[in-house]
Design a protein around this ligand. Structure first.
Ligand code: PHE
Ligand code: ZN
Length: 879
């Protein structure tokens, strides 16, 4: 191995800094090749730290240092030390002092998209988590908060727009040249990671929002010139978010202006910089003819997410990066609640659980498993994970479930009252939950510290004569790397005992009485709940609403699942029952046999659901969706043959398509519409059902699928219809497929977001020709490693959304991924490391594929000069 292990950072080593910062003044002279940054920072000794005379050690990377002045005096280079990562001044005054530093950075050459970089001629910064150190020397850590004043100077022609955080100040031409300047003042102290600067030639959409206390806020969305007509939906979503946070949490916006900038080169989805959010443009730009329903829903929730960070993240920030879930888990929970309130709660819950199972469960069960609050990392960028975000949100949700919505709101109020303006810890947050509710959260904290998905085993007995129903629950969490022994966690379980008539029976718990809330808590390793007065043998509906992020180990038999599919009063569990039944059928197929009667009764139950006029389209669409191949693999857990899983799942799909052909064709006709496109819940639901139906029909009869998809494609007037038809058509080999792919490129080649979709469509096809097609597309003139969205569209989709093709028997999928990672790593380590996580489940594959995947991981690890990011993912994946 040629790599020297990089340093690990530990939570237990946290130390406050010896010097605090007051005001920071930054002056930028923008030039793509070499931008000059002059900083003036007020420091003072930190009274809380007893390290008199400690050196001042500031972070800085890839900077050219021009000069350092201390209290106006130019320092001789012998007074300080500069390394590749730090500027150290050994001797600084033990009273307030001012440091002035001039550095040069190189935005044009910055391909990592962290720090100050240029994206399509726009200067743009990305500072979370540790990008500020590529702009100038400072304490680049979230517990050092400062008041920022910024002056930007740049060429008027290339950069008519000059933006930074806070409220706008003076601006105007600079005499004697083609440059102008703008000043910005942010009254709210913030850590470096929330700093932002944007400069370039951008168009803008404007609006105004009046807060509930009457403050007028100017709203602006900046986009590439010519796209200003594509921000209307984003602007509405922003205003809806602002209103919602006032109503649900009493939180108002706190500056005169709120700005969003959309850029096309971005490592992540979006960034919550104070007053100046920066977005991946795929999460802003939308017109009916360019964006799908899925895009609309994503835009709405990401706008909300970033906006909500203004309080959960910015006003109260994180003490250190181990506390990342403090802002991310909580803010995801808040955006989930937002979407639930403005759309359908059940649909949102199902979508979130699907995502948790697809991304977080495999992470939690593999070599990269880590607690929601990790205790160590090599590269913090690798910890923006499904565990920190999605499982982190589940923990907030469980706390709300345990104490109730009102107490949760009180706890949030207390959190802001206590910690506004501070850099807090997860302990601080959970203490507010405890103090506001009176409930002890000591044991709950284990959820933050323990990795792995708890498994619950269910045993039931029923005694008709005694009308007694006994439910015994046992929990165990599998070992994860570095955590062999697990403690029990408190598990809140929504519960229903469903009677033969489909109605819930009263929950009369021995020793407690009739429960006010249909909720039980499993706090210990094993517990028996005795229900009295249960007049008929019930069917158990457990973990209703997915009240806890656990796995129920022993699923009830198929007939009970089918009963719940048709009868459960909890919408989530109705869907869950369909998933469990489908799982059981697919697994039975995999092990060589499945009673035809079971498949038939499953199809009958689906028929009942699909023809029930009281159920909405979106829910029917979800019921029609089988569990994903990756999800099935995770459940089986070992000796996985992705090809066999694909076949078994396809076979069930074919039976559904054939067995329900009449119902499906009827729905196909009923969901046709020529009304103007609206991205609202009803219309979105209608279209989601339409394309779920198309997929099912195509699964049952390829020729029919091709016919319907081609017809639909020919008349499509919006992107949802276009992609809906195409995503089925690309799965069906034939001349229609190739013609449609070519036509899509012809029609949309001028729009980079649609070209991304074009790449993604082809990479998503579960065909044996897909790896070769992807290799061919990597040589397409439109393909580039420089743009993260493009890489994700082609290689990301192949490796993370197409198990059949990625796990091709000859290992070509693995080779494509490894080639890409190695080519990308020197340019953009954050994205190369993210791509490498697609290998994380290699250990559960069957022997042959395991060897092929492992060989690629070893090949990567054996390459010299790997980034810290990639090294961490690959070395941990190999275990
Ligand atoms: N903080 C961003 C969010 O979740 C994500 C992000 C992390 C963006 C790191 C860029 C860099 O809202
Ligand atoms: Zn976030």
């Amino acid at each position: 191995m040629n790599n020297v292990s990089p340093q690990t950072v530990y939570l237990k080593d946290y130390q406050p800094v010896p010097y605090l910062a007051g005001e920071i003044f930054l002056r930028f002279v923008l030039e793509p090749e070499a931008t000059e940054v002059a900083s003036r920072i007020e420091f003072r000794p930190n009274p809380a730290v007893q390290r008199k005379g400690a050196p001042l050690v500031l972070d800085g990377e890839r900077l050219e240092l021009k000069s350092v002045q201390l209290d106006g005096e130019l320092l001789d280079p012998s007074r300080y030390e500069v390394t590749a990562t730090h500027l150290t001044i050994a001797d600084v005054p033990q009273r307030p002092f001012t440091l002035e530093i001039i550095t040069i950075c190189h935005p044009k050459a910055n391909s990592e998209l962290s720090g100050l970089y240029v994206s399509s001629n726009v200067f743009c910064t990305q500072c979370e988590a540790e990008g500020f150190r590529r702009i100038t020397y400072f304490y680049d850590r979230p517990d050092v908060m400062a008041r920022y004043k910024v002056r930007i100077e740049g060429p008027k022609a290339a950069c008519p727009v000059l933006l930074s955080n806070g409220n706008p100040g003076a601006s105007g031409p600079i005499p004697g040249g083609d440059c102008h300047f703008a000043e910005w003042d942010d009254p709210h102290p913030k850590p470096t990671y929330l700093f932002a600067l944007v400069a370039g030639n951008l168009a803008l959409a404007r609006d105004v929002y009046v807060t509930k206390s009457g403050r007028k806020v100017e709203l602006r969305i900046y986009v590439e010139t010519g796209k200003e007509n594509r921000c209307g939906f984003a602007m509405e979503a922003l205003k809806t978010s602002m209103r919602w946070d006032e109503e649900r949490f009493g939180l108002e916006y706190d500056l005169d202006i709120f700005m969003i900038v959309a850029v096309s080169d971005f490592n992540m989805g979006a960034m919550e910089n104070k007053g100046l959010n920066v977005f991946n443009d795929k999460y802003i730009l939308a017109l009916p003819e360019t964006a799908t329903d899925v895009d609309y829903v994503n835009i709405e929730s990401i706008i909300a997410h970033e906006y909500f960070h203004n309080w959960t993240g910015n006003r109260i920030t994180c003490r250190d990066w181990f506390q990342l879930c403090l802002k991310e888990g909580l803010t995801v929970f808040r955006d989930q609640e937002f979407t639930s309130d403005i759309r359908s709660r059940a649909v949102k819950r199902i979508a979130d659980v699907k995502r948790l199972r697809a991304d977080q469960f495999p992470e939690d069960g593999g070599p990269l498993a880590h607690p929601v609050r990790p205790v160590s990392y090599i590269e913090i960028n690798n910890f923006y994970t499904a565990t920190v975000y999605e499982k982190g949100a589940e923990l907030c949700r469980m706390m709300q479930t345990l104490i109730g919505r009102d107490a949760f709101r009180k706890a949030m109020d207390l959190y802001f009252a206590r910690h506004d303006g501070e850099a807090a810890t997860v302990e601080d947050f959970v203490r507010c939950m405890a103090d506001a509710s009176g409930r002890n959260f000591d044991q709950f904290f284990t959820w933050y510290e323990q990795a792995g998905t708890p498994e619950v085993t269910v045993t039931e007995t029923y005694n008709e004569a005694a009308r007694a129903y006994e439910l015994t629950l046992e929990q165990a969490t599998p070992a994860t790397p570095g955590q062999a022994d697990k403690k029990p966690v408190p598990i809140p379980l929504g519960i229903g005992l469903v009677g033969p008539d489909g109605r819930d029976m009263p929950l009369d718990l021995d020793g407690v009485g009739v429960l006010n809330e249909p909720l039980i808590e499993l706090n210990e390793a094993k517990k028996t709940f005795r229900f009295r007065n249960v007049v008929k043998k019930p069917v158990l509906s457990l973990n209703r609403g997915f009240s806890a992020p656990i796995r129920i180990k022993n699923a009830a038999p198929i007939p009970e699942q089918l009963f719940l599919m048709k009868n459960d009063g909890d919408t989530f569990n109705r869907w869950e029952a369909s998933q469990r039944a489908a799982h059981a059928l697919i697994r039975a197929r995999l092990s060589g046999g499945v009673p035809a009667a079971d498949t038939k009764s499953f199809i009958d139950a689906l028929r009942t659901v699909l023809t029930d006029s009281r159920l909405d389209d979106a829910f029917k669409a979800l019921m029609l969706g089988l569990p994903g191949e990756q999800e099935i693999a995770t459940l089986i857990g070992r000796d996985i043959d992705p090809g066999a899983i694909h076949e078994a799942r396809d076979a069930l799909r074919a039976e559904i398509g054939q067995g329900l052909k009449d119902v499906l064709l009827d729905l196909w006709r009923k969901t046709e519409s020529h009304a103007p496109f609206r991205p609202d819940p009803d219309e979105t639901g209608r279209r989601s059902l339409r394309y779920a139906v198309l997929q099912a029909l195509a699964g049952g009869n390829a020729a029919l699928g091709i016919e319907l998809a081609s017809e639909q494609l020919a008349q499509a007037t919006n992107m949802t219809d276009e992609i809906g038809a195409l995503s089925t058509l690309v799965t069906l080999e034939g001349p229609e497929r190739e013609a449609a792919i070519a036509a899509f490129h012809d029609r949309h080649k001028g729009d980079h977001l649609l070209v991304d979709k074009w790449f993604a469509l082809q990479a998503s096809a579960p065909l044996s020709s897909t790896p070769a097609r992807v290799r061919e597309l990597m040589r397409h003139p439109d393909f580039t490693l420089a743009n993260p969205n493009r890489v994700r569209s082609l290689i990301g989709v192949l490796s993370m959304a197409n198990p059949f093709a990625f796990h091709a028997e000859d290992g070509d999928g693995y080779a494509i991924l490894a080639d890409t990672i190695l080519a990308l790593d020197p340019k953009n380590p954050q994205v190369s490391a993210r791509m490498a996580t697609a290998f994380r489940s290699w250990g559960m594959l069957e022997e042959k594929r395991q060897a092929l995947a492992k060989a690629q991981l070893e090949r990567i690890l054996g390459t010299t000069g790997l980034s810290r990011d990639l090294f961490e993912i690959v070395s941990k994946s190999l275990g």
